[in-house]
Design a protein around this ligand. Structure first.
Ligand SMILES: [Mg+2]
Length: 367
């Protein structure tokens, strides 16, 4: 808690609402400790894992800063021309995988560059890594890219580390311990460490979408029903005869977009084409900053990390968070984004159509 936040709570005795919230949070903490014990984990081990993530992220940042700019223009294409991978993505992931295996051999590993179709998260403790989130930005020298590492337990993120080396910003969170942003200079020395959300955004009202600054990413697929719905919703959010939100930023890194929500700079962010490694660390950082993560599809207050549809909202009064999500959902009506979970081969809209054979043509000509 920042100085400004703690001074106000020290002046007045806690209200019934605050007392009840404290009770709920203690019950949650106790349940969390019980869950950790099931997997031979405890708070000290979580701190060690967190510290290792931070070291790995900083070393990865050095690799990114030292990248040979010329080689980046030949980044390889994955799904299509918007989805890139460089030798640096692969090196960072391989270094991190080996290092984590040496220190925490019992923890499973899921990384973007070694991920295989069909892979799904188990309940066991798993590191989820995006070696470079915002690779397109990275190849163009746009500073908005980051290393993203999470520890996931029972499919929920419990540690999140997102490091933006070119901005010198490190975002960290451990379940139950809050979120922080650490600013560092080029030598890696700490300039400032602050708890999130930033004090200037703490308590800022959020009555409806009209007052919101949103984040958004375009995703890799630029056609089909999901794309059509994305663009329709986007126009509604911006238009004078729609929600007319303040504006929408598309900055190119999902992990950092989540961190912007945790900071309180973005009121919300919506995405429906991201993968589990894009969101895992940022998710923990948002929740520990008092935010929530709903789905963009109506009715789902607890989306899965593998589910591809995300709507993180910054810290605000619970009624305000619900009102903003509700306004968005009301516009969606009966419409739904149809994305396959992270491990599936294809989205529902891409499933192969029935193959035409000479018999099907023959049958069609009869009936
Ligand atoms: Mg990546």
């Amino acid at each position: 808690m920042s100085a400004s936040q703690s001074s106000s709570s020290a002046q007045a005795p806690p209200s019934d609402v605050e007392a009840s919230r404290a009770k709920i949070s203690e019950a949650k903490a106790q349940a969390f400790r019980h869950t950790l014990a099931k997997y031979d984990l405890n708070e000290d081990i979580l701190q060690k894992i967190h510290d290792t993530f931070v070291e790995i992220a900083k070393d990865a940042g050095q690799i990114m800063k030292g990248a040979e700019r010329k080689s980046l223009s030949s980044a390889a294409i994955k799904d299509n021309t918007t989805d890139l991978v460089t030798k640096y993505d692969k090196k960072i992931e391989e270094d991190a995988r080996l290092r984590l295996h040496n220190v925490f051999p019992a923890i499973e590993f899921l990384g973007e560059e070694t991920f295989g179709a069909g892979t799904v998260l188990s309940d066991k403790p798993t590191v989820v890594l995006d070696p470079i989130d915002g690779t397109l930005n990275f190849t163009r020298g746009v500073r908005y890219c980051a290393v993203s590492i999470a520890l996931v337990l029972e499919k929920k993120p419990i540690i999140g580390v997102v490091y933006s080396p070119f901005e010198g910003e490190l975002f960290t969170a451990i379940r139950g311990k809050g979120s922080h942003r650490t600013k560092m200079n080029d030598e890696g020395s700490v300039i400032e460490k602050v708890q999130l959300p930033l004090p200037e955004h703490y308590g800022r009202p959020m009555p409806n979408l009209k007052g919101c600054l949103l984040g958004f990413e375009w995703g890799h697929k630029r056609e089909g029903p999901n794309w059509d719905l994305r663009t329709q919703v986007l126009i509604w959010l911006l238009a004078a005869n729609g929600a007319m939100c303040k504006s929408i930023r598309t900055r190119g890194s999902c992990a950092l977009d989540f961190c912007n929500v945790a900071l309180g700079e973005f009121d919300a962010y919506w995405d429906c084409d991201a993968k589990v490694w894009d969101v895992a660390a940022g998710w923990c950082i948002v929740e520990e900053a008092g935010g929530i993560v709903a789905s963009v599809n109506p009715g789902d207050w607890q989306p899965t990390m593998e589910g591809r549809v995300y709507f993180p909202i910054r810290k605000a009064e619970p009624e305000e968070q619900k009102a903003v999500v509700g306004e968005f959902w009301a516009h969606m009506g009966e419409r739904r984004f149809q994305y396959g979970a992270t491990g599936t081969l294809k989205d529902p809209e891409e499933q192969p159509k029935e193959r035409k054979t000479w018999f099907s043509y023959f049958r069609a000509s009869i009936w």
